[in-house]
Write a protein that binds this ligand. Structure first.
Ligand code: SF4
Ligand code: SF4
Length: 345
């Protein structure tokens, strides 16, 4: 089913979606466009290339309470925080970010232990993907073609959207997506010419060329294992790194977290927080020993986790080539160039 709405009515569409439950959508602030839980439907924008931060927080919040507790003399009471998630819509996700959810699913749902927080949010959320404009060049940092992702690839989305002049075309891809579109009276039926435009955009999306390298999962995994001990290589590629962790926090496929207790006046919460392998104390042990005290060791870990260990454990590379780590790195470290260089060694 293909539907459409004028882009000048985007606020009306957002308002209609909010009637169905929480809406997460791109909003522009003074610095960037990012996904937010929408309060004002007029704030939603589809006038952006990609968001500075990935939308992963919708399924994996940067911080969340797992348990709340009270400490009394000689006694402690604790209760799990219920996972109460209303059916939600995540609107305007670029194809590379949509693919990141499937990679994260392998870890949070396929590792033998199902993460109930991730699962509940994934199950209850309709993902509305949004094609890159194939008439515009991709951002120079992007390399999603290397990971077999195309600029207007609808796979993984429940609904997929394409801009057509002053209109927005929306196609149901899954049953969940079709059901969402059926319940939106603000949408009009699309014309035959719109169907042709939608299909043509998907075709043109396959012609958009991002940076590309011939990287095969098992080959690069083996290559990185082989150069693990080549300290000179890892020192050279990470020489400028300041271990700030920005590349991991913006990444749609970084999933490391820590768990801490925060207590105040005998009441507290056990919280899960995002963590980052680039931080100095990520592997600091209680004894004071740190197996990765040097920056090159931490950067090597990050690259090898994504392009080697993840292949061995889950059968796929844990990167979608979104380019965010390159765009956000204060010293211009570029994972694509490093992987490409490693592949040629
Ligand atoms: S490693 Fe970089 S390019 Fe790959 S998914 Fe993460 S942020 Fe995007
Ligand atoms: S963003 Fe750049 S400087 Fe910061 S940890 Fe990542 S690679 Fe290092």
């Amino acid at each position: 089913m293909l539907k459409k709405i004028g882009l000048d009515k985007l606020g009306g569409l957002a308002a209609a979606l909010m009637e169905k439950g929480p809406l997460y959508a791109p909003v522009r602030d003074e610095k960037a466009v990012n996904f937010q839980a929408i309060q004002d439907p007029a704030a939603v924008t589809l006038d952006f290339y990609n968001t500075a931060l990935s939308p992963k927080f919708v399924f994996f919040p940067q911080s969340e309470d797992l348990i709340r507790y009270r400490l009394e003399k000689g006694n402690a009471e604790a209760e799990a925080v219920p996972i109460a998630v209303a059916p939600s819509v995540l609107f305007g996700v670029r194809p590379c970010d949509v693919q990141s959810f499937a990679i994260m699913d392998r870890h949070f749902l396929g590792a033998g232990i199902i993460d109930p927080y991730w699962k509940e949010r994934r199950d209850k959320t309709v993902v509305v993907g949004f094609a890159f404009d194939p008439s515009l060049p991709p951002d120079p940092a992007d390399f999603y073609n290397t990971l077999a992702i195309q600029a207007a690839d609808p796979s993984g989305s429940d609904v997929f959207m394409v801009k057509k002049d002053g209109d927005l075309l929306l196609k149901g891809i899954t049953e969940k997506g079709e059901a969402l579109l059926k319940g939106l009276a603000v949408l009009e039926a699309a014309a035959t010419a719109d169907e042709a435009f939608f299909d043509e955009t998907l075709r043109k999306g396959r012609e958009v060329k991002t940076r590309f390298a011939e990287i095969k999962d098992t080959e690069i995994a083996g290559k990185l294992t082989g150069i693990f001990e080549k300290t000179a290589f890892w020192e050279e590629v990470s020489a400028a790194c300041i271990s700030c962790g920005a590349c991991t926090f913006v990444c749609p496929t970084c999933y490391c977290f820590d768990i801490n207790d925060e207590t105040l006046f005998r009441k507290g919460a056990r919280k899960r927080f995002w963590d980052a392998c680039m931080f100095t104390d990520f592997t600091l042990e209680a004894s004071g020993h740190n197996p990765r005290p040097r920056i090159f060791q931490r950067y090597r870990q990050k690259v090898c986790h994504k392009y080697s260990y993840h292949v061995t454990k889950y059968g796929c590379i844990s990167c979608v080539g979104c380019g965010r780590c390159t765009r956000s790195c204060p010293v211009n470290i570029d994972i694509f160039s490093i992987v490409e260089k490693a592949a040629k060694l």
